[in-house]
Design a protein around this ligand. Sequence first.
Ligand code: TRP
Length: 471
Amino acid sequence: MLHVTKHLFCSAFFLVLKLHYWVFFLTTLLIFQAEIDVAVQLLLKLKTDYKHLTGQDYKAGCPPPENVVNQDNGAATDGIDEEDNVDPWNVSTSNAKGVDYDKLIVRFGSSKIETELVDRIEKVTGQKPHRFLRRGIFFSHRDMHQVLDAYEKNKSFYLYTGRGPSSEAMHVGHLIPFIFTKWLQDVFDIPLVIQLTDDEKYLWKDLAIEECHRFAVENAKDIIACGFDVNKTFIFSDFDYMGSSPEFYRNVVKIQKHVTYNQVKGIFGFTDSDCIGKISFPAIQAAPSFSNSFPQIFGGRKDVQCLIPCAIDQDPYFRMTRDVAPRIGYPKPALLHSSFFPALQGAQTKMSASDANSSIFLTDTPKQIKNKINKHAFSGGKDTIEEHRKFGGNPDVDVSFMYLTFFLDDDEQLEKIKQDYSSGALLTGELKKILIETLQPMIAQHQERRKQVTEETVKQFMTPRPLNFKL
Ligand code: TRP
């Protein structure tokens, strides 16, 4: 009897053990299955993100291209950036403070200009950093540390920037990259090339070739008025220089051979109905990034590093350039990116020359400047004086304050204005008055310098010739 009970007990024991085993096994299986589901979902999302970012389907074992770009031309689709739209032709956001530049850095895959980099530029040049660096107006870069490493080892570089001459009228926002480039030229003592893309404007706008070329020459006068050193600066119109320089054209064609239609479609959002001029234009904006495009300056050297200061909306061109460079045996250009200069009506969009009321032109009279600011500059102040005194204004959305961060060089004064405006001690009218009094002399001086620029001076700057520098 005892034996039978023992046997039964043992069987029951093993049965329970087996049952436990099965329950354990099945639960593990279920958990495992759930994990697989999560992993599959994640993989699917990664694949969709990959396609969204690179414009190509994911293939196992194939590394993504370096220039990870948004297939939809930077427009929002994934919910992260739904308020910002930034590409070479459009800039807009629904945020009154302007575009979210930190998100843009992540999306474009560039690096933030940290205080450490600003300090380093100060150390290397021995100069106080320009206010555009101190205040984060130039906020993003590619490979700037590498440029400084080389510079410290006595390996110099050259600057390249440009402008699309779409009209005679330039506004204060257009000066930002040039003011900064002039500072870079001075503190590093290096040569500079400035491309005027009159061909680009002919392709994109309803303008005649002659008009675009004339705008290029007129704009060159405003650029020269920023104070560039004629011995270190070459300004060129694409229409003039492309046809006269076999070396430049060879580079254009080399670049064209190494970029597919699919890639430019992904980067710039071109469609089947865009003319072929637009599709091949990016190669023309890329070519000045390579030093052997300018044999008169660099004597055929192809290894001189290029640094491009530009507004962030130009980055697509240079992502493409950086992707091509190593494949055709050239160094990748480094970049410094600026934020946009806001329209008078608010930081939701950048200043545009085609809307007279959104812009302060370099030809405006003191009276026009005053009226435009008083009438159109979006204010972060309160509706009534009482409310303003009580609650204070909001400098983060106030266009007059934003403009002062661009043009008022005195850090302490700027900080005091910010405090006083936020506390309500400074009224909107008073803030606008400070801006008016900052811009009026600045623009008058520009007009004075521009008057000094003769046709002869323009010709000098625009003639291909050797420049004076040490590499
Ligand atoms: N595409 C630019 C524009 O429309 C002009 C440009 C050409 C440019 N090359 C550049 C701007 C290099 C900055 C840097 O304004």
